[in-house]
Design a protein around this ligand. Structure first.
Ligand code: FES
Ligand SMILES: [Fe+2]
Length: 416
């Protein structure tokens, strides 16, 4: 008999020991992935993309998550809509290209036609009792926030957007995210469960063995203390790093940067995080030689040598230097597959000549390519009959917090 999803999650949570990685099934079972989609992923505000991807009426792109395809489309100057790519007749997908422009959404199967607002406009030879008004496309909740298109697939009322993210507005404003332009995009599809992708991003214990480029441009004390979040390192490392951080914060605040951290608790809806700290001494930007690859971004008038790490949720992150920002999207596709997309943003006023793309992407392209390999290795090992949950180090505090947050989405906790 198939185990009920709630029963399955309860059993697995009861096996999870504080300080240890998850059981195999959390990372491999289709039933867990389905529960993840239903209870976690479908209920979160996720960044589908940057608004500059769809500047004109009818421009669209597909955002694929789990077995869902979402058509993110510009309805008019002020409205962006997101629809499930499912015809209300017999369920064909409407759009098959990854992006494009549509005046109407016409189903390729029997030609039912929908407006850019999702209403069914035309359906041939239907009986008199058929009501087009009942057959519009299913929509997602959408919010455009500082140039970022957030969608939420929840069938119920989603978490209040402004209450959840409103306090991040001044930070995004300072970085000029709304008016930024996409300078480069990279795709790093990873054959691993989404939790492994996120756990890897949430710790820097692996940075020294796996990321020579990243470690060459960051101070060792910063990597250990706050490599993956304000509370991700051992307490003594955080204590000795703090005075250096405070001194930089004072300098940065004097230049206009909004200073502050956010470090949401595991019982929060989105586990948001904001961390700002300085680059290695002498490094203006996270490039190989430390020099800037592009003009200053956003409201800055002067560089402060800092970088920001902002999580809207474990699924969507921004890393921003003074001269460029990277949007990371970690998108679950199936139990054993995740999409990892990176979009490099530069100031909207920066011309192509002013941006050295190779120089800009050098560090994080190398790092994410390495992360793909180590995460796939992690998944492959977890598939073994001899995988057992292993003990976390003192540098993996943010992973423990993510575990607790994840179980909390099901109303569960780890065994103490
Ligand atoms: S499935 Fe779309 S018109 Fe028939
Ligand atoms: Fe990494």
């Amino acid at each position: 008999m198939t185990e009920h999803p709630a029963e399955l999650m309860r059993r697995l949570a009861a096996n999870t020991r504080v300080g240890y990685s998850f059981d195999q099934e959390f990372y491999t079972a289709d039933a867990v992935f389905k529960a993840d989609m239903d209870q976690v992923i479908s209920r979160k505000w996720l960044v589908a993309g940057h608004v500059s991807r769809i500047p004109n009426r009818g421009d669209y792109f597909l955002y694929k998550i789990g077995s869902e395809q979402i058509i993110v489309i510009r309805e008019n100057d002020t409205s962006i809509r997101a629809f499930f790519n499912v015809c209300r007749h017999r369920g064909s997908t409407l759009c098959s290209e990854e992006s494009g422009n549509k005046k109407l959404l016409v189903c390729p199967y029997h030609a039912w036609s929908y407006g850019l607002d999702g209403r069914l406009i035309a359906a041939r030879l239907m009986a008199d009792d058929f009501d087009k008004a009942d057959n519009g496309l299913f929509a997602c909740h959408v919010r455009l926030f500082h140039g970022l298109i957030f969608i939420n697939m929840s069938e119920d009322a989603p978490d209040d957007f402004d209450a959840t993210f409103g306090d991040m507005g001044p930070i995004l404003d300072y970085h000029g995210i709304a008016d930024a332009r996409i300078a480069h995009a990279g795709s790093y599809p990873t054959t691993a469960n989404w939790k492994l992708v996120i756990e890897n991003f949430f710790e820097c214990y692996h940075c020294v063995p796996s990321h020579p480029e990243f470690c060459s441009i960051h101070g060792a004390e910063s990597i250990v203390a706050v490599g993956a979040g304000p509370s991700s390192g051992p307490a003594d490392a955080i204590a000795s790093f703090t005075p250096m951080l405070k001194a930089w914060e004072e300098r940065a605040a004097a230049l206009g940067r909004p200073i502050g951290n956010m470090d949401d608790a595991p019982d929060s809806s989105h586990l948001r995080l904001l961390m700002q700290r300085m680059n290695k001494e002498g490094w203006a930007s996270e490039t190989q030689d430390g020099t800037a690859p592009a003009p200053l971004m956003g409201k800055r008038t002067q560089a402060d040598g800092g970088r920001m790490h902002l999580s809207f949720s474990p699924f969507t992150q921004i890393v921003a230097d003074d001269h460029f920002a990277i949007l990371f999207q970690f998108t679950p596709r199936s139990a054993l597959a995740s999409d990892v997309e990176m979009i490099w943003l530069v100031d909207g006023r920066a011309s192509e000549d002013e941006v050295d793309i190779d120089k800009m992407i050098w560090g994080y392209h190398a790092t994410t390519t390495q992360d793909k390999v180590i995460t796939e290795n992690n998944q492959a090992g977890i598939m073994s009959s001899r995988y057992r949950p292993g003990r976390y180090s003192e540098q993996e505090g943010s992973v423990l917090k993510f575990q607790k947050w994840y179980l909390n989405q099901f109303g569960l906790d780890r065994a103490e």
